[in-house]
Write a protein that binds this ligand. Structure first.
Ligand SMILES: [Fe+2]
Length: 247
């Protein structure tokens, strides 16, 4: 069995399409998404229509941008560009997609095979996990062997060995890591729709449960068409520009 792991789609249709067509050849039968389906980008309905129709077993949780775009929060904690995009999204969502966003579950959520899912951290949807110290605080509190998170938009791999020592890496290229017995892991697949690790390619991951491995993958997509859609919608230019820089 294989699981497609995605996060932080951010209403970027071309990036999502590129990831799904790349992943299709890998044979994943389940999908996990750690939230931020929308926000920043100008194609929220296109992205939500697509993810709602994905086949196979699905686990979706809410991200902080989904929370604001759905109206559950006024976005006062956001910077100006993020808030502008979230309010624009709320005004442009179809009835079905607004309902979908409102019904997303707040993490943490555990899958039927014991993987813990969260948007920021299991403590807080808005908390960023950057460091080995952050990873340590989570792994000492939560017993799962594997925790999947998003929110930082940085593909990241943290491993805790049998003695409790933690090492972490930013994974900027396609790479495979083994999931070994006696070790525990905290993994962020990176962002589909707005990568921030200075690699503008869309990021995602596949977990191969038989081989006990996680594949970090990167895919090119039509950045220009996404930028044009953002500008056409009248959203802040910075949201278009940063896609080309992957920052
Ligand atoms: Fe995000």
């Amino acid at each position: 069995m294989k699981t497609l792991v995605i996060s932080d789609l951010h209403a970027n249709q071309a990036a999502l399409d590129a990831v799904l067509s790349h992943a299709r050849r890998k044979g994943a039968t389940r999908v996990i998404c750690m939230g931020d389906f929308v926000g920043y980008g100008a194609q929220p309905n296109q992205v939500l229509d697509k993810v709602r129709r994905l086949r196979g077993r699905k686990w979706f949780i809410r991200g902080n941008h989904d929370r604001v775009a759905s109206g559950a929060d006024d976005g006062s904690g956001f910077n100006q560009a993020a808030r502008h995009a979230a309010i624009w999204t709320r005004e442009h969502l179809s009835k079905e997609n607004l309902h979908f966003l409102r019904s997303l579950t707040l993490g943490p959520v555990t899958t039927d095979d014991g993987i813990l899912l969260c948007h920021g951290s299991p403590f807080d949807e808005d908390e960023y996990v950057f460091s080995e110290y952050d990873a340590h605080n989570i792994l000492r509190k939560f017993p799962q062997k594997l925790v999947l998170f998003g929110h930082t938009h940085l593909p990241s791999f943290f491993v805790q060995d049998a003695r409790g020592g933690i090492s972490g890496w930013l994974v900027r290229q396609a790479s495979t890591f083994k999931l070994e017995k006696g070790k525990r892991y905290l993994i962020n697949p990176g962002s589909v729709g707005q990568p921030r690790d200075r690699n503008p390619m869309a990021a995602y991951a596949i977990i191969d449960h038989e081989r006990q491995a996680v594949h970090f993958l990167r895919v090119e997509y039509d950045i220009r068409s996404t930028q044009q859609s953002i500008l056409r919608a009248g959203l802040p230019r910075v949201l278009a520009d940063r896609l080309a820089a992957g920052a």
